[in-house]
Design a protein around this ligand. Structure first.
Ligand code: NAD
Length: 441
C-alpha cells in the first residue's frame, strides 16, 4: 500500500515522535490533539514534552512543510491512534473481595469516533495505545464501522504497540522490532507497508489480539520481576544483608537475572498495563495481581525505612531528590517518588523536592525547590528517590558544604556508601540491612 498522507491522533510521548519521524521520511502528516496549547506550541516549531532529539525533529518537520498540527482529523490514507489509556481514578472492579483497577478507554473511544467522518474505503487505521486484550476487534472496529464501512473488508485495521524507552524514543522508534497485528492478514500487511517507511528493526505480522497481548505480557513480565526484587529488598533488610551485593552474586548464575528494587513502580506503562490483564480475567491472574500489590506498597516500605533512619519523622526537614518515575526523564506520571513525598508529609515531615527535569512541576501538596541548593540547604536528611545521572554524579565533598544534613537515605543504589561516609554522612540504603547494623538507631 502507498501512503501519501497520514493523520496521527494524540501528540504526546508516542504520537509526536511517530508523527515527526513519518514527516522526516517524506510523508505528509497531520498531527491531531485535543489540547489547543499543544497545537499552538507545535505549529510554532516548539515542543511541550522533554525527549532528546524531538525538538529538532519537530522543527525540521514543520520547516519541510510535511507536518502540521490541528485540533481535528482530516481525510488521509492512514490514521494512527496514540492517545492515553490510564486507569480509572475513582472506580475499581472487585473479584473475591480483592479490588482491581479498571482501564479508562475514553480517549481511545473518542479518537476512534473522531476518525469516522473521514474514513474512506482502502484506508488503514492503526491503534498504538496500550489496550486490554480484544480492544481493536471489540471496541475500535465497531466504532469505525459506524462509517458504514466494514473493518478488514472496506478498510484495514491493525494494532501496533509502541515499545520505546523514554529518553531513547527517537532512536528506538526506528531500530526496535515492531509487531503489527491485523484484524485480517491484509490489514497486518498494510500496517507493515506503513511502518516500513522508517522502521529498520524486524517487523512481525500477527493478529490484533496477539499483538495486544504481546505488549501487555512484556510490561507484566517486568512488573512481576520488579516485585520479586522489591520483596528481596525487604528480606535483605530483615536479615542484615545487602540486597545489591546479593543480587549481583545471584545474577552470576547463568540462568538468573534479577532486576533492581526501588521505591516502587511508576510511569504510564508498567504500573498500569498489568491491570488490563487482571480486569480482563481476574480469576486467572493471582500472580499479576499480587505483584501489583507488592510494587504499589513499596513506597510505604521506603517511608518505614526513612522513619527508622531518622527515628521519628515529625517536624523533620527532608530534601527529596527526584520526582520522575525513572532516571533521566521528565515524566512524573504514577511516580512512586511522588507517593513517598506524600506519605512522609502525612507522617509529619516537611519535604522539599527537587526535580531537575521538571523544576516548575505543579504537583498538588508538594513543595518544589527551585534548585538543588535550595532543596538541601536546611534539610535534616537527604533522600535519593530517582537515579538521575546528575544525582549519582553528586560530589559529597561539595554537598557537605551546602547542607546541614548528615543523614542520607538512598532508595535506588545511586550513591557510593564509602565515599559519602568519608565525607561524614550516615548513609542508609534500601535493601541494605547492613546499614542499620553499621548505624544502629
Ligand atoms: N510514554 C511511553 O513511554 C509509552 C510507551 C509505550 C506505550 N505507551 C502508550 O502509548 C499511549 C499514548 O501514551 P503517551 O505517553 O504518548 O501519552 P501522552 O499523555 O503523552 O499523550 C497523549 C496525547 O493524546 C491527547 N489526546 C487525548 N485524547 C485525545 C483525543 N480524543 N484526540 C486527540 N488527542 C487526544 C492528549 O492531549 C495528549 O497530548 C498510551 O496508551 C500509553 O500507554 C506509552
Amino acid at each position: 500500500m502507498n501512503f501519501q498522507k497520514i493523520c496521527v491522533i494524540g501528540l504526546g510521548y508516542i504520537g509526536l515522535p511517530t508523527a515527526s519521524t513519518f514527516a522526516a521520511h517524506g510523508i505528509n502528516v497531520l498531527g491531531v490533539d485535543i489540547t489547543p496549547h499543544i497545537i499552538e506550541t507545535l505549529n510554532k516549531g516548539e515542543i511541550h514534552i522533554h525527549e532528546p532529539g524531538l525538538h529538532e525533529a519537530v522543527q525540521n518537520a514543520i520547516q519541510s512543510g510535511n507536518f502540521k498540527a490541528a485540533l481535528n482529523p482530516a481525510e488521509a490514507d492512514a490514521f494512527i491512534i496514540a492517545v492515553p489509556t490510564p486507569f480509572k481514578e475513582n472506580e475499581t472492579g472487585e473479584y473475591n473481595g480483592a479490588k482491581y483497577k479498571l482501564a479508562d478507554m475514553r480517549a481511545v473511544i473518542s479518537a476512534a469516533e473522531s476518525i469516522v467522518p473521514f474514513l474512506k474505503k482502502g484506508n488503514l487505521v492503526v491503534l498504538e495505545s496500550t489496550s486490554p486484550p480484544r480492544t481493536t476487534a471489540d471496541l475500535v472496529a465497531p466504532i469505525l464501522e459506524r462509517s458504514g464501512l466494514k473493518a478488514g473488508v472496506d478498510f484495514h485495521l491493525a494494532y501496533s504497540p509502541e515499545r520505546v524507552l523514554p529518553g531513547q524514543i527517537m532512536r528506538e522508534l526506528i531500530e526496535n522490532a515492531r509487531v503489527i497485528g491485523g484484524v485480517t492478514p491484509e490489514s497486518a500487511q498494510a500496517g507493515r507497508d506503513l511502518y516500513a517507511t522508517f522502521v529498520k528493526g524486524q517487523i512481525i505480522e500477527t493478529d490484533a489480539t496477539t499483538a495486544e497481548m504481546v505488549k501487555l505480557m512484556e510490561n507484566t513480565y517486568r512488573d512481576v520481576n520488579i516485585a520479586i526484587a522489591n520483596e528481596f529488598s525487604r528480606l535483605a533488610d530483615k536479615f542484615g544483608v545487602d540486597v545489591w551485593e546479593a543480587i549481583s552474586i545471584a545474577s552470576l548464575h547463568p540462568r538468573v537475572k534479577i532486576l533492581s528494587p526501588g521505591p516502587g513502580v511508576g510511569g504510564h506503562c508498567i504500573s498500569v498495563d498489568p491491570w488490563f490483564f487482571v480486569e480482563a480475567a481476574p480469576e486467572l491472574t493471582p500472580l499479576i495481581y499480587h505483584s501489583r500489590q507488592v510494587n504499589d506498597s513499596q513506597p510505604h516500605f521506603v517511608v518505614d525505612l526513612i522513619e527508622r533512619a531518622l527515628e521519628n519523622l515529625s517536624g523533620k526537614k527532608i530534601a527529596a531528590l527526584g520526582l520522575a518515575y525513572k532516571p533521566d526523564v521528565d515524566d512524573l506520571r504514577e511516580s512512586p517518588a511522588n507517593e513517598v513525598v506524600h506519605l512522609l508529609q502525612h507522617k509529619g515531615a516537611q519535604v522539599k523536592a527537587w526535580e531537575p527535569f521538571k523544576p516548575d512541576a505543579n504537583l498538588p501538596g508538594i513543595t518544589m525547590a527551585s534548585s538543588l541548593e535550595e532543596c538541601i540547604k536546611d534539610a535534616d536528611a537527604i533522600v535519593l528517590l530517582v537515579k538521575h545521572t546528575e544525582f549519582i554524579n553528586l560530589n559529597p565533598e561539595e554537598i557537605t558544604k551546602k547542607t546541614k544534613a548528615k543523614i542520607v537515605i538512598d532508595t535506588v543504589n545511586g550513591f557510593n556508601d564509602e565515599v559519602w561516609r568519608t565525607e561524614g554522612f550516615t548513609i542508609y540504603k534500601l535493601g541494605n540491612g547492613k546499614s542499620f547494623i553499621l548505624h544502629p538507631s
